[in-house]
Design a protein around this ligand. Structure first.
Ligand SMILES: [Zn+2]
Length: 265
C-alpha cells in the first residue's frame, strides 16, 4: 500500500484532475446513500452511535472457488486472486471491532453457491461479498465489475446501493469500471450468460448467479480483474493488488454501514 500511496501523490495535473473526479464520484455516491436511507428508511430509529455499533456486524466473505474448483484458468488460477483477496479482507474486518467476518468456505472446500448463501444466512450475515476474477478469450479485456441482485427481487435496492459504493471506491483507487458504471446484472438463459447494465431496470424472469439468486441479505458478486490480461492482473491480482482491492472493499463496507474505516495496514 505504501508504494501505491506514493504513486498516487506524484500524479500529473491531468491525473490529479481525474483523481478529483473519482473523489467527487465517491462523495456523490455516499451522499446519495445517505439521502436514500433518510427517504426510504424512516421506520428505523435514529442510531446516535453509528460509529460504534452495539453488536458486531456480520459480513460474509466468499472466495468464489476452492478445493478442486480452482475457477477460471488464465495467466494464473482464479483462486490465486480470490483467496488472496478474501484473506486480506477477512483480516481487515477482523481487526475492526465493528465487524464479525464470516468466511463461507475454506480454500480447500468447494461448496455450491447455494450452500455458501445458506452458510451466510445461518451466520446472520448482513452483507455478502462473493469474490471472483474474470477471464476472456481476448487478452485485451480488462477492468472491474460488480454484479448486484437484479431488479424486482428481494435485496435488490440494498445490493445495488452497495455495488455502487464498491465501484466508487475501486474507481477512486484507479480501477477501470467496465460497462456504463461497473455495476451489472447477470442472467442465465438456456445456460448462456446474459449481462445487462445497471440502467436496465427491467425485471427478467431468469436466474442470476447462484450466490445472488437466493440472497438472504444484500449481496454482490465481484469480478476484480481479468486474469487473462497481464497488466490488469499485475495491478489488481498481484499480492499488492489484492491487498489494495481488499482495502477498497473494506472501505465500501464501512461506507455502507456508516462506520469509520481503520487506516490501511
Ligand atoms: Zn469465479
Amino acid at each position: 500500500m505504501k508504494a501505491y500511496t506514493a504513486r498516487k501523490t506524484i500524479k500529473t495535473g491531468k491525473k490529479t484532475a481525474k483523481g478529483m473526479r473519482y473523489i467527487l464520484a465517491v462523495a456523490a455516491v455516499l451522499a446519495a446513500a445517505t439521502v436514500w436511507r433518510m427517504l426510504y428508511r424512516p421506520q428505523q430509529p435514529v442510531q446516535p452511535h453509528l460509529q460504534r455499533p452495539a453488536q458486531r456486524i456480520t459480513v460474509a466473505v466468499d472466495s468464489g472457488h476452492g478445493g478442486t474448483d480452482t475457477g477460471a484458468k488464465g495467466l494464473v488460477n482464479e483462486t490465486q486472486v480470490t483467496q488472496t483477496t478474501a484473506a486480506a479482507l477477512l483480516a481487515l474486518l477482523q481487526a475492526d471491532g465493528n465487524f464479525a467476518p464470516v468466511q463461507v468456505h475454506t480454500d480447500e472446500e468447494c461448496p455450491t453457491p447455494q450452500q455458501r448463501a445458506a452458510i451466510a444466512q445461518q451466520a446472520g450475515a448482513q452483507l455478502f461479498l462473493s469474490l471472483h476474477a474474470n477471464k476472456d478469450t481476448s487478452s485485451a479485456s480488462y477492468g472491474f465489475e460488480c454484479y448486484a441482485v437484479p431488479p424486482g427481487r428481494a435485496q435488490h435496492e440494498e445490493s445495488l446501493l452497495f455495488a455502487r459504493i464498491v465501484c466508487a471506491r475501486m474507481a477512486a483507487a484507479g480501477a477501470r469500471l467496465r460497462g456504463e458504471d461497473g455495476v451489472r446484472y447477470a442472467y442465465y438463459r438456456r445456460g448462456a450468460k446474459i449481462m445487462k447494465e445497471s440502467s436496465d431496470s427491467r425485471e427478467y424472469d431468469l436466474p442470476t448467479f447462484g450466490v445472488l439468486q437466493q440472497a438472504s441479505c444484500p449481496a454482490v458478486l465481484i469480478e476484480q480483474c481479468f486474469i487473462s490480461n497481464a497488466q490488469d492482473l499485475a495491478q489488481w491480482g498481484s499480492a499488492g493488488g489484492c491487498a489494495a482491492a481488499a482495502y477498497c472493499y473494506y472501505q465500501a463496507i464501512c461506507d455502507y454501514f456508516g462506520t469509520e474505516p481503520l487506516p490501511a495496514p
